[in-house]
Design a protein around this ligand. Structure first.
Ligand code: NAD
Length: 736
């Protein structure tokens, strides 16, 4: 427990205490019977709940419970935009056994029980992010007030880390907001804002952030009177009536849990044990006493926290945080704020890249060759908002404000003076070079110029520019509004400041930027291609592509290689395979099936409605024509077993990853793993492809590659780095 100092002030019947020691995480004061506990972790931007902080909190709650002069406790945060970000995950990372995990859970549960049992009303004031253990603390209070601050986001993201809420969340949440909503929050880990929180009764009210102090005082006065308390309780009850039918009967509950389980199955839930555990704990404890419910919850934590799934997910979380930190370094001055942007080309990518700027409230001009093209780009940006409106993320008024940030142009004069230009015109070197030279002549000397090319060399594009130091590649993935990754590709003369400013912009646009070298396919497409071509070779040899897809999904990928080919567009994949094949040779040579599909405009994948699958609305089924085409290729011979079907594509990708890492195409194993998870959905619970290789063991990886090379050809010859690590008994990551 940290040393604290208590100052008692007696003044006109008012009394206050202040815990003022520099190290204290909390400031407690009491005035006119109202205790205020302000969580403000010294020297940190956010509040997190470490074991030291929890102990300190405990030390404050005990004495408060005994005070007769306190009539109400208000818990708030001293950090702008953050209530409490959650538990300290560094401590989770260090826990490797069930007993310690259970003890950690029990300690938090007890402290929160003591808050819940305080003899006077308790109110959490949430004017910023309240995640995980932070929201569980708020749940232990009698009342929660939220604000309309966009940073007020309430979430229980534990299942996304392979866990479940372990400080009473599984017990308190369903009792407060009902089973259906609780399952929704816990199983998706998604956040709700203040308005939504009030709508689902997670918060008792949502107030404008600027009035929250006055509103809190008003609320306190109200609930200190019996009538006010009854009014709040009444509001909660009204909601409960409408839930009764679905949740109040055994049959209703069975349906609710059945649906939730079916939902998990379609989302690869079996790989995330936290989801199944959360479902089971909620099912078992829905009518249990607090003691029994909490026991089930901490048992589950004991089982989940030490697993490799949980460790991998926590590590990826830290990898993402590290990338964010390095994209906004403290030294070297603050990155430039981008206050005006332009996007050249209003096609598939351009319209949605422009949308990203509007969401960020940055004025952006979308330029194309004709007004008709600009209009299509504008419509695609609006379409993203329309989708979000359906999910109640935005209302019409907000969308109008956002769309006002977007304007169009068909010439360079119309661009105004942007600070940042994203070029997203046709993928053609001559066209792009011409466009870049033209735009450079029209923008200020400070503006950054970024190309969204996916296959052209940044070095080639930079040649001929007057300011190559302010030019680089900024590779968004399709669809750019949803895909969380961007690759930042500096050219040979790109300035450090340009890289930093672009990384900082990418973060502001909600993306995770990873800096990669200017090699064909950059990083992600380079690693993806051997995976796709090897999957297709399996079909060349007579494997059923439906089976390949099924097994890859079982491995944990969000979709199989052939469903992915349909998404990418079979024509695009064939074209990129040609480009990368000519750069990397046999490792990426296009398979025979690609040649058979070349020029088939009717079989392009999702965009033509038919590819390996047939698409109709939201459903898809195998395409009989493609099955027949694939069946014709059937050769005799032994068919590969399940392990080989999965590991030929996966190890082809891994072998390329090892080469990329050794070449310095990406800074670290951690960044490579993160890029593949965010860029292609490599199963997060496996921690990334290099982490997966470490788990298999590099000797086994090398031996399997050598076996494949013997059977299938040199493309599987183990990368030198794999040979080296296997020989030294090492992995891509240092052993723990
Ligand atoms: P697209 O063909 O859909 O759109 C290109 C747009 O650029 C067209 O509207 C065209 O009229 C316009 N254009 C052409 N010349 C122009 C000029 N001089 N000035 C302004 N506009 C001009 O292409 P896309 O799929 O959006 O791709 C754009 C870029 O993004 C390409 O470099 C591509 O490699 C890259 N990219 C595409 C994807 C993808 O999946 N589509 C993914 C990542 C990166």
């Amino acid at each position: 427990m940290l040393e604290t100092k208590t100052i008692g002030l007696g003044q006109n019947g008012r009394e206050a205490e202040d815990r003022g020691a520099a190290e204290s995480a909390f400031r407690l004061s009491v005035s006119e019977g109202i205790a205020r506990l302000v969580f403000d972790l010294p020297g940190k931007k956010v509040n997190v709940l470490s074991s030291t902080v929890m102990e300190e909190l405990d030390g404050l709650i005990g004495p408060l419970a005994l005070r007769r002069d306190v009539r109400c406790l208000v818990i708030e945060s001293g950090k702008p935009g953050v209530f409490i970000a959650g538990a300290d995950l560094r401590e989770f990372e260090a826990i490797t056994d069930s007993r310690t995990a259970e003890r950690m859970s029990a300690a938090g549960q007890e402290i929160y029980n003591r808050i819940a049992d305080l003899p006077f009303p308790t109110i959490a004031v949430i004017d910023g992010a309240a995640a995980g253990g932070g929201l569980e603390l708020a749940l232990a209070c009698d009342y929660r007030l939220a604000t309309d601050n966009p940073r007020t986001q309430l979430s229980l993201p534990e299942t996304t880390l392979g866990l479940l809420p372990g400080w009473g969340g599984t017990y308190r949440l369903p009792r407060l907001i009902g089973l259906i909503q609780a399952l929704q929050l816990i199983l998706t880990g998604k956040a709700v804002d203040g308005v939504q929180a009030a709508r689902i009764r997670l918060a008792d009210a949502c107030y404008p952030s600027s009035f929250i102090r006055d509103k809190t005082e008003e609320f306190v006065r109200a609930i200190l009177a019996p009538a006010g308390r009854r009014a709040v309780q009444g509001r909660r009850k009204r909601k409960r009536l409408s839930r009764r039918l679905a949740e109040g009967t055994p049959i209703g509950r069975a349906i609710v849990f059945g649906r939730a389980r079916a939902g998990l199955a379609t989302k690869g839930g079996k790989h995330y044990p936290g989801l199944e555990a959360a479902l089971q704990v909620l099912r078992k404890t829905v009518h249990a006493s607090r003691a029994r419910a909490l026991e089930a919850e901490r048992r589950a934590i004991g089982l989940l926290l030490p697993t490799s799934v949980c460790k991998n997910l926590v590590r990826l979380y830290f990898a993402r945080e590290a990338v964010k930190k390095s994209a906004s370094p403290r030294d070297g001055g603050p990155p430039r704020t981008i206050s005006r942007a332009a996007v050249l080309g209003a096609g598939t990518m351009g319209g949605r890249i422009a949308w990203l700027f509007t969401r960020n409230d940055t004025p952006v001009v979308l330029k194309d060759l004709s007004w008709d093209a600009v209009r299509k780009g504008y419509a695609s940006a609006y379409e993203v908002y329309r989708e979000l409106k359906k999910r109640r993320r935005y209302d019409e008024r907000q969308i109008n404000l956002k769309m006002h940030r977007l304007s169009g142009a068909v010439d360079y004069v119309g661009l105004g003076r942007p600070d940042f230009v994203v070029e997203a015109v046709f993928e053609n070197l001559e066209v792009k070079k011409k466009v870049l030279a033209e735009v450079e002549a029209h923008i200020g000397p400070e503006a950054i110029l970024a190309s969204n090319t996916s296959s052209l060399s940044i070095t080639d594009l930079a040649a001929g520019l007057r300011h190559p130091e302010r030019f680089l590649g900024l590779h968004f993935f399709n669809p750019p509004n949803l895909m969380p990754l961007v690759e930042i590709v500096p050219g040979p003369r790109t300035g450090e400041q340009t890289i930093r400013d672009t990384a900082s912009l990418a973060l502001a646009l909600g993306k995770t930027p990873i800096v990669v070298r200017d090699r064909p396919g950059f990083l992600v497409n380079r690693l993806l291609m051997p995976y796709l071509t090897e999957s297709t070779r399996l079909v060349d040899e007579g494997c059923d592509y439906r089976k390949v897809d099924r097994l890859l999904q079982d491995f944990g990928l969000p979709m199989g290689a052939f469903a992915l080919l349909d998404e990418i567009g079979i024509d695009i994949a064939i074209e990129v395979a040609g480009i990368l094949g000519s750069s990397y040779g046999g490792r990426m040579e296009p398979p025979a099936l690609f040649a058979a599909l070349e020029g088939r405009r009717d079989l392009l994948g999702r965009k033509s409605g038919r590819g390996f699958y047939v698409y109709s609305g939201k459903s898809k089924s195998p395409n009989p024509e493609m099955l027949e085409l694939a069946a014709k290729r059937r050769r005799q011979g032994e068919s590969p077993d399940r392990f080989d079907i999965v590991h030929r594509p996966i190890l082809a990708m891994l072998n390329e990853a090892a080469r990329a890492l050794e070449e310095g195409a990406v800074a670290s194993a951690q960044e490579l793993d993160l890029a593949l998870v965010l860029g292609v959905g490599f199963p997060p619970f496996r921690g990334g492809i290099l982490r997966y290789a470490d788990e298999l063991g590099l000797r086994r990886v090398r031996d399997t590659l050598a076996r494949f090379a013997g059977q299938l050809g040199d493309r599987f010859a183990p990368a030198p780095l794999i040979e080296k690590l296997a020989a030294g008994g090492e992995g891509f990551y240092p052993a723990h």
